[in-house]
Design a protein around this ligand. Structure first.
Ligand SMILES: Cc1cc2nc3c(=O)[nH]c(=O)nc-3n(C[C@H](O)[C@H](O)[C@H](O)COP(=O)(O)OP(=O)(O)OC[C@H]3O[C@@H](n4cnc5c(N)ncnc54)[C@H](O)[C@@H]3O)c2cc1C
Length: 414
């Protein structure tokens, strides 16, 4: 759609479309780098048992944005990861444990309720110098001219050198720019819940690999009256998800305790449960003239291995770095050179994470004996071979493809 020509009600360097976690982090990061930012879109809260596990590298980045100190009191550290095969496979491997101390870290990362993190990041964006925040959504884009032109839901027209599309899986910005997207719907959904339990989690994240998908318990910090708490992400068939969405709390808790083999003792549900369909989305191109996609607008996959937002935060780092470099070289921050640099920077990391998550999920679903053997052998090797286990742990928390953070070594060198 073509918007009216000059004048615009607002001119800015960067318009961030979408105020989810990736969009707000991007708004803050661009403003800290000295850009004039307009961040638009409604505040989102999930309140359906959803948490987000952020890995070591994301914590360092949030810290560099001045956000971590306010998130940390709401988060719980993950110092160990336990994987238990529960597939009934022909060649069942023994449980494998990964300790963060093996790779010299104090923690693999931290787990926090989505809504608590969203509150903190929204407060950070509201008080950041250089960010104008409006709940109005973008209702129209025009990428055809010398500069990007946007219409907001409050009627204002905006001109921006760069639009950052952080507007989620459906991404209206992506569609307006004519960028392709490929989607695959898995026959699975993830049930999420917050739980209090009788036994302590000891900072262990525990993952049971079942035939329908992983069942993962992740530590949460103590509540006012309940010292021992965890979040659950339980991937299962769509049919089971529909059934478990409908049963009462007591029946659901019984099924959760049974699947958890009571390792955390008696449990109680806190608040509402959530059910999220499992989808993979890939985008052959992350950029179009004056547009860069980040976060779920750029990639989406099942919640396995805590990757989605962690990847989204690496997108933020990369697009801000590309804009800063363009400015230093006297180039246009929304021009072809800056956008090509962002595209190059992100491609390998996104492709690799998407494939690994897809492969892990498919390996669990298969009943094909040779593949089952390969999966079992892989887990067994992880348990037995220290260097392999340490490599996998490092790749998980600090991938090779990520750019080095200031003052820290690059991913593979940790
Ligand atoms: C069950 C589950 C568990 C997960 N666990 C983890 C985990 O442990 N670790 C991890 O790293 N990731 C995890 N993820 C993934 C992670 O939650 C997402 O990757 C992340 O929240 C995506 O953030 P986003 O800001 O890119 O997108 P979104 O949160 O989807 O935000 C997009 C925003 O854009 C807005 N918007 C849409 N259209 C417009 C418009 N026209 N104008 C303005 N705004 C617009 C929407 O309203 C929305 O607020 C999990 C996901 C699920 C489903």
């Amino acid at each position: 759609m073509t918007l009216p020509a000059e004048p615009a009600d607002r001119v800015c360097d960067v318009l961030v479309a979408g105020a989810g976690l990736a969009g707000l982090a991007a708004a803050i990061a661009f403003a800290r780098a000295g850009f004039d930012v307009l961040a638009c879109g409604p505040d989102e809260r999930f309140a359906r048992g959803r948490t987000v596990a952020m890995l070591d590298r994301s914590i360092a980045y949030l810290d560099s944005l001045g956000l971590w100190a306010a998130i940390e009191p709401e988060a719980a550290p993950m110092r160990a990861l336990r994987m238990i095969d529960d597939t009934g496979a022909l060649f069942p491997p023994r449980p494998v444990e990964f300790l963060c101390s093996e790779i010299g870290l104090e923690t693999f990362g931290w787990n926090v309720e989505n809504d608590r993190m969203a509150d903190t990041v929204a407060a950070g964006a509201a008080s950041a110098t250089g960010v104008e925040r409006t709940p109005a959504p973008v209702t129209a884009y025009d990428f055809s001219g010398e500069i990007a032109r946007v219409r907001l839901g409050d009627g204002r027209s905006v001109a921006a050198a760069l639009v950052v599309g952080a507007d989620g899986r459906a991404s209206p910005a992506r569609r307006a720019a004519g960028l392709a997207m490929r989607a695959h719907r898995y026959p699975q959904s993830a049930l999420t819940a917050l739980l209090s339990h009788r036994l302590p989690h000891r900072d262990f994240s525990t993952e049971f690999h079942t035939r329908e998908g992983p069942f993962t318990l992740v530590p949460l910090p103590p509540g006012a009256e309940t010292p021992d708490r965890s979040s659950l992400v339980w991937v299962m068939s769509d049919g089971e998800a529909r059934r478990r969405e409908a049963i009462d709390d007591a029946a659901l808790v019984r099924e959760i305790e049974r699947q958890a083999r009571s390792i955390l003792g008696a449990m109680r549900l806190e608040g509402r449960r959530g059910v999220f369909p499992m989808i993979r989305q890939t985008v052959p191109k992350l950029t179009a003239p004056r547009l860069a996609l980040i976060g779920d607008a750029a990639h989406a996959f099942p919640p396995i291995g805590a990757q989605g937002l962690n990847l989204g935060l690496r997108d933020v780092e990369a697009i801000v770095a590309a804009a800063v470099a363009a400015r230093a070289e006297g180039r246009d921050i929304g021009g072809g050179v800056a956008l090509a640099s962002y595209e190059r920077d992100r491609r390998a990391d996104i492709v690799m994470r998407t494939s690994v998550v897809d492969g892990l999920n498919r390996a669990l679903l298969t009943h094909f004996a040779p593949l089952d053997f390969a999966r079992g052998a892989g887990l067994a090797a992880l348990g037995a071979v220290g260097p392999l286990r340490r490599f996998v742990m490092r790749e998980g928390v600090a991938p090779r493809f990520a750019r080095p953070l200031p003052g820290r070594p690059g991913g593979a060198m940790l």
